[in-house]
Design a protein around this ligand. Structure first.
Ligand code: HEM
Ligand SMILES: *[C@@H]1O[C@H](CO)[C@@H](O)[C@H](O)[C@H]1NC(C)=O
Ligand SMILES: *[C@@H]1O[C@H](CO)[C@@H](O)[C@H](O)[C@H]1NC(C)=O
Length: 361
């Protein structure tokens, strides 16, 4: 009797201590693993209310996610090996030195979100580097079927401007993109994993005559449609014609990047690309993994504090399976994975799909 109770208590104690118990109570009674994480709950509330329009996956979310990349990818071990400064990675330099970096050609359009975000970072006294990665992670958690990204805090607020020419351009060929990304530590398949971001994306500057034109038909949803639609035969330019970094897209109101088109069809990456079409949970997991790497470029993650508990858990939802847009058939697919045939998707019913722009907010 005694020993039975003793073992029950002992087992309970083990269970409790095995769960990492949040030790700090933050605003609104929310719990964090460390007191240092509490400030991020306040940033979270402010962002959801005042930047993301109450928790939407709209223009500011898309721009904030893009900014995580444009800050972090300013990191080149190759330049360091040549005795030059190769950039600080996810160091906030794009906000500290916006006057320099937002003028880099590949950073066209990021000045808007940098200036929109800056007052939030200043108001909460957090580093620009942490803020940029946090805003991207919170934003994308608002997208239907979205990931819950890791968030580590503690990046320094002191850095130097990134060198130019480290951010890939949509007009770059695959060898150039893969070489640049490999310098920063990403394999070709990991480039595909990063491009999952383009499932919640629109363009303003490739064809400036049609701002808000999405890269897939569902820019508010973290679904697999981007990977289907980029493999359809291109038939039209959605705007005023062929611009640098653009190729024909399959749908009115949708723009296809030259780089996305080529990476979808490259023998090195076509199977990774196609694999996400029928496996949304694989897509989410791969994105979470590769974003943890992107967000800590230039840092030793062990020197940072894990505040991931602050990132909202995306609403559980079952997304509709990927489909061929209405008006398309398997004959329009340019499948490029040699190992596995393109999946036998059905086409959505109804007249040919036209995609609506992402409204500015
Ligand atoms: C090969 C690398 C990449 C290239 C060449 C590229 C290129 C582009 C271009 C040209 C745009 C349209 C920008 C505009 O005209 O406003 C865009 C949008 C976007 N990109 Fe990328 N990108 C790359 C990788 C990434 C990565 C790694 C991320 C994030 C992890 C990302 C996230 C986004 C998002 C979210 C948008 C939509 C922005 C908005 O709707 O305002 N991209 N990308
Ligand atoms: C970060 O640096 C900027 C200048 O680039 C400064 O205005 C801001 O107050 C700094 N924030 C913190 C938390 O030190
Ligand atoms: C499309 O419009 C942009 C300006 O919005 C211009 O720079 C570009 O040359 C135009 N392209 C074509 C093919 O007309």
């Amino acid at each position: 009797m005694f020993s039975k109770a003793f073992f029950a208590i002992a087992a309970l104690a083990v269970t409790v201590s095995a769960v990492p118990s949040p030790s700090a109570v933050c605003s609104g009674g929310r719990r964090a693993s460390s007191k240092a994480c509490c400030v991020w709950f306040d940033v979270l509330d402010d962002l959801q209310e005042n930047l993301f329009d109450g928790g939407e996956c709209g223009e500011e979310t898309h721009e904030s996610l893009r900014l995580t990349f444009h800050d972090a990818i300013g990191f080149s071990p190759k330049l360091f090996r040549e005795g030059k400064f190769g950039g600080g990675g996810a160091d906030g330099s794009i906000m500290h030195f916006a006057d320099i970096e937002t003028n880099f050609h590949a950073n066209g359009g990021v000045d808007d979100i940098v200036e929109t975000q800056r007052p939030f970072a200043l108001a909460h006294g957090v580093s620009f580097a942490d803020f940029i990665q946090f805003a991207g992670a919170v934003g994308v958690s608002n997208c239907a079927g979205g990931p819950r990204l890791q968030f580590l805090a503690g990046r320094s607020n002191v850095t130097k401007p990134s060198p130019d020419l480290l951010v890939p351009e949509p007009s770059d060929d695959n060898d150039k993109i893969f070489a640049r990304m490999s310098d920063a530590g990403f394999s070709p398949n990991e480039v595909v994993d990063l491009l999952i971001s383009h499932t919640v994306a629109a363009q303003d500057h490739v064809d400036a005559s049609i701002p808000g034109t999405p890269l897939d038909s569902t820019p508010g949803s973290f679904d697999s449609q981007f990977f289907v639609e980029t493999l359809l035969q291109g038939t039209l330019f959605p705007g005023n014609g062929s611009n640098v970094g653009e190729v024909m897209s399959p749908l009115g109101g949708e723009l296809r990047l030259f780089s996305d088109n080529n990476i979808a069809r490259d023998a090195r990456t076509a199977c990774e690309w196609q694999s996400f079409i029928t496996d949304h949970s694989l897509m989410v997991t791969k994105f979470e993994t590769v974003m943890a790497k992107l967000a800590t470029l230039g840092h030793n993650p062990r020197t940072l504090t894990d505040c991931s508990e602050v990132i909202p858990v995306p609403a559980a939802m079952k997304l509709p399976a990927a489909t061929l847009p209405a008006g398309k058939s398997l004959a329009d697919v340019e499948g490029a994975c040699a190992a596995t045939p393109f999946p036998a998707l059905s086409a959505a019913p109804g007249p040919a799909t036209t995609v609506a722009p992402v409204p500015p907010s």
